[in-house]
Ligand binder design. Structure first.
Ligand SMILES: [Zn+2]
Length: 86
């Protein structure tokens, strides 16, 4: 059991490497898992996930984000208003 590492807040976000990491939730049994969240790129992960999900150096290159690029990313299309016909 890795009770000591589950509570350790990571130094950087695996996806964008932002140093600002928030604790979002903790396991009911203390020290089993912790959910961390990155307010910069909105990535959320659990401490018990595989290395490629939690380690910035092993996170897949294709999915990495740079904080400075976030404002330029394509916006998800808005959901159209409901039609008046039924
Ligand atoms: Zn991030």
């Amino acid at each position: 059991m890795t009770a000591t590492t589950a509570d350790t807040v990571p130094a950087a976000c695996p996806r964008c490497r932002s140093g600002k990491i928030e604790v979002r939730s903790k396991s009911p049994v203390a020290g089993v898992w912790t959910v961390f969240g990155c307010p910069t790129c909105l990535y959320v992960w659990r401490s018990t996930e595989p290395e490629e999900n939690v380690n910035p150096d092993k996170y897949p290159v294709a999915f990495r984000l740079r904080p400075e690029d976030l404002p330029d990313l394509q916006v998800v299309p808005p959901i159209p208003a409901r039609g008046s016909s039924s």
